[in-house]
Design a protein around this ligand. Structure first.
Ligand code: ST9
Ligand code: ZN
Ligand code: ZN
Length: 368
């Protein structure tokens, strides 16, 4: 089913109104692109949100055991690690390497999160980094908060996503048997790990009612985790500082960093996507995923942890920062951002990565 063609959001969103599409259009003009709403997904998201409100009712009226609430939080944190330390920093950006036991653990955690299988998640995310805020970006923030937050999961993708996305290398994932096994078995294992197991554990271990367990440990936990993740694509492309590159849309946003376990330092991350910390400053309290990778490295499960040298960061701040970095002497100089980044790379193995950056990178826990 088709809905009316959408208006380029730049009329209200940024000054520069071309959406970085090959065909430059003027403000408010209609484009040759039609929304194709996927009603199955719309209905699923409506159900999830109604169920989540009901779960809040079960909690605030004292109908939920404290163990069930704590379990839901713990489950959310573990699944978030599969997304941040796994799908994001390891598989999408190759920011560090992991031995198979850690890869298996992260793949299981990522399956618990149901954000699509690793291969699909990584493909969309690499395409987001290579074609940020253009029509080829699956969650192009120029199309507004709602689209970049969750609307993109309810409509068919823009043809540029398929066309330009096809140029992004995925051969490394095709060589990883854990990723390919997860892809093959996803439709069976994901419902078990994301919905059935978390609903069942509170019932058998502390006698929670199956009804409450379903709504609180599955529906509410899943919906909140999705929103915290989606904030990286929406809020952290709209609100916040741009200490490293004022010309791009991505921002450093502490609130998002806390909600998304260290993934809210998004201005830094778009400039240096191959840094395993996905941030320069801050500590483990706003970057729990880094803590997990550091601990794994200590026990030899993670290695080749790439990070950006201070010298490279300083140069970049001086050249393109907006003045909001603590070390920056410039008066805060804000640009609207939302320009296409100067040499976008998806991560460490991207062939477009400048040789100078590769040479200056610091690599911790190198394999002997
Ligand atoms: C979800 C993902 O929520 C969230 C990702 C967030 C990322 C954030 C990153 C930030 C860091 C991490 C922060 C973590 C914080 C954690 C905190 C937690 C407390 N390139 O997609 P299809 C081709 S998922 C190249 O069906 P449609 C390809 O050939 C939520 N090619 O397109 C493909 O075929 P195949 C749950 C591409 O038909 C074919 O096109 N999941 C690309 O337009 C068809 O692809 C859902 O809700 C590409 N990028 O449908 C599912 N993409 O795959 C929602 C596609 O066989 N998805 N191709 O190779 C869908 O139903 C559909 O994808 C659709 C589009 C309706 C959205
Ligand atoms: Zn981004
Ligand atoms: Zn990324």
């Amino acid at each position: 089913m088709t809905a009316p063609a959408f208006l380029c959001v730049d009329a209200t969103f940024t000054k520069n109104a071309d959406c970085n599409t090959p065909t430059v259009i003027s403000q408010g003009k209609r484009r040759d692109y039609e929304w194709q709403i996927v009603w199955r997904n719309v209905l699923a998201f409506i159900y999830l949100h109604v169920a989540t409100f009901y779960a809040f009712y079960l909690i605030f009226t004292g109908r939920t055991k404290i163990f069930t609430i704590s379990f839901a939080v713990l489950f959310a944190i573990m699944s978030a690690m599969g997304v941040t330390a796994g799908a994001h920093r390891l598989w999408a950006h190759r920011a560090y390497k992991a031995r198979w036991p850690l890869r298996l653990f992260l793949a299981l955690m990522q399956t618990m999160a149901f954000q699509n299988h690793i291969y699909e998640w990584v493909r969309d995310h690499r395409v987001h980094h290579k074609f940020t805020e253009t029509d080829a970006d699956p969650h192009n923030a120029r199309r507004g908060f709602f689209f970049s937050h969750m609307g993109w999961l309810m409509v068919r993708k823009h043809k540029d996503v398929f066309e330009k996305g096809a140029s992004v290398d995925m051969s490394d994932l095709e060589k990883d048997p854990i990723v390919m096994f997860q892809k093959k078995t996803y439709l069976v294992v994901m419902p078990l790990l994301c919905f059935l197991v978390p609903s069942w554990i509170p019932v058998v271990l502390w006698n929670e009612s199956p009804w409450t367990s379903w709504y609180v440990a599955s529906m509410l936990r899943y919906t909140i985790s999705l929103h915290f993740t989606w904030l990286v694509n929406s809020a952290a492309h709209i609100w916040g500082n741009r200490p490293y590159d004022k010309y791009i849309g991505a921002t450093d946003n502490k609130a998002v960093a806390i909600c998304a376990f260290g993934e809210g330092w998004h201005n830094y991350h778009h400039v240096f996507p191959w840094d395993y910390k996905a941030a320069e400053l801050g500590n483990y309290s706003t970057n729990f995923s880094t803590a997990l990778i550091d601990v794994a490295a200590k026990y030899g499960l993670a290695y080749d942890l790439k990070t950006v040298s201070l010298e490279m960061i300083r140069k970049r701040i001086a050249r393109t920062g907006d003045g909001s970095h603590p070390s920056d002497k410039k008066v805060k100089d804000s640009d609207d951002g939302h320009n296409h980044p100067e040499n976008p790379v998806w991560g460490w193995d991207d062939k477009d990565m400048p040789e100078e950056e590769r040479k200056l990178a610091e690599i911790a826990h190198k394999l002997q």
